[in-house]
Ligand binder design. Structure first.
Ligand SMILES: NC(=O)c1ccc[n+]([C@@H]2O[C@H](COP(=O)([O-])OP(=O)(O)OC[C@H]3O[C@@H](n4cnc5c(N)ncnc54)[C@H](O)[C@@H]3O)[C@@H](O)[C@H]2O)c1
Length: 379
């Protein structure tokens, strides 16, 4: 299949393809402007099922559901849609059960395809449905937030939350393709753009010093949503994620580096009851805290710790003060984290900007100190 030479090429030249090489589960990520209207043609090119179920949320549906539906129906694809309220709380077993009931009611068969149209919440939830309904059906990701375009739509990690901890129930289920249309970011609230920037900064720290410098130099333009800058950030982040995922699809070792900032970040997100602090914002604070542990352990220089902190402080994120953080409560969440091994809290810590360790056990006293440190930084 040579999509570049076939129909997509005639549709638009404003796209770029990043491949995720995973043997017979390989797939392309299409990145470009105004691509949403071409989803029907892409589905035909990829021989997607004749019946699809779009899962989306109310915000995204308002702007983009009619366009996506029209494009699919033009290609004689039968479309069902499920529109959920927005927000992290939808990543639950309760919502999943309601969706299964709808799918069964519509007699959705095994050869149908789930289309995730939305941010990371919709992508994770819809992917989980696709991974589990009838033991696994086809799946397409159309990420509509920056966070989903730079990170969550790629790599096949899908799942839901448990009331006690985030992302604890899930699967690896790769999409058939990912369509990242950068035009949809025009309607994205600024706070959501910032969340995406959090994951992009993470890629710079763990793998690519040059990319980190690019973000440093272009942060203001990126936060204003300047198209060429944001497009580069999406493309480079996808390339870096594809590199990691293709070497370690199921997180046996290397893929764990993507969790940088997430152990403490998830605990902070949870402390904010999944609403005071958004995922990407929590990860930005999580990176400050985990880098502090690296500094206190003698792994990273003061200059590099300062450099990362300087960049993060330029990004407007909410103060941590309203969360009234209690270290003991944060530890309780961290102990329920899936990265815990044999009872030890494990993290990937940076050696320098652009290089990170594999997961390592971390002394709990250093975690306490890092939490106190980030509370001070985040007042
Ligand atoms: N699977 C993975 O590898 C992975 C990686 C990172 C994060 N995640 C998960 O991603 C989730 C966070 O995703 P998110 O930050 O995209 O949040 P989200 O999906 O809740 O979207 C944020 C908000 O933006 C709105 N929105 C989405 N696209 C829009 C658009 N184009 N215009 C206007 N509004 C729009 C949504 O309705 C929502 O209100 C978390 O649950 C996190 O655990 C998963």
């Amino acid at each position: 299949m040579n999509l570049q030479k076939n129909s997509l090429h005639t549709l638009t030249k404003k796209y770029h393809i990043v491949n995720v090489p995973l043997g017979n589960r390989s797939y392309p990520i299409y990145i470009g402007t105004n691509l949403l209207k071409n989803i029907g043609e892409l589905c035909v090119d990829h021989t997607i099922a004749r019946t699809v179920v779009i899962i989306t949320d109310e915000h995204v549906a308002r702007y983009y559901l009619p366009l996506v539906k029209r494009s699919l129906e033009k290609k004689k694809i039968s479309v069902h849609s499920i529109v959920l309220p927005p927000g992290e709380r939808q990543k639950s077993l309760e919502t999943a059960e309601k969706i299964y009931t709808k799918l069964l009611g519509w007699n959705i068969e095994r050869n149908s395809t789930i289309v995730a149209l939305g941010g990371g919440v919709i992508g994770d939830l819809a992917g989980f449905i696709a991974a589990t309904y009838q033991r696994g059906i086809g799946f397409i990701q159309i990420p509509t937030t920056l966070l989903a375009q730079v990170d969550s739509s790629v790599g096949g990690k899908v799942g839901i939350n448990h009331p006690l901890a985030k992302n604890m129930i899930g699967a690896f289920h790769q999409p058939q393709f990912v369509l990242a249309d950068t035009s949809v970011l025009k309607t994205l609230p600024k706070r959501e753009l910032i969340c995406g920037m959090g994951e992009a900064v993470k890629y710079g720290v763990i793998l690519d010093k040059k990319f980190f410098s690019f973000i440093e130099q272009n942060l203001n333009k990126a936060l204003l949503g300047e198209h060429t800058i944001v497009s580069h950030i999406i493309r480079r982040s996808c390339e870096l994620k594809a590199y990691v995922v293709s070497r370690d699809e199921k997180e046996q070792n290397l893929r764990a580096i993507l969790n940088f900032g997430h152990t403490i970040g998830h605990a902070l997100e949870h402390a904010g009851k999944l609403s005071l602090l958004k995922h990407g914002e929590a990860i930005l604070y999580g990176m400050i805290a985990e880098t502090n542990i690296a500094f206190e352990s003698g792994m990273i220089s003061f200059a590099d710790q300062e450099r990362l902190e300087r960049l993060i402080k330029r990004i407007p994120i909410p103060s941590l003060s309203p969360l009234r953080l209690k270290n003991a409560k944060l530890f309780e969440t961290m102990r329920n984290d899936k990265k815990v091994k044999d009872g030890s809290i494990r993290m990937n810590l940076p050696y320098t900007i652009g290089k990170i360790s594999l997961p390592m056990n971390v002394d709990e006293r250093l975690i306490h100190r890092a939490i106190d440190y980030v509370k001070l930084v985040g007042v």
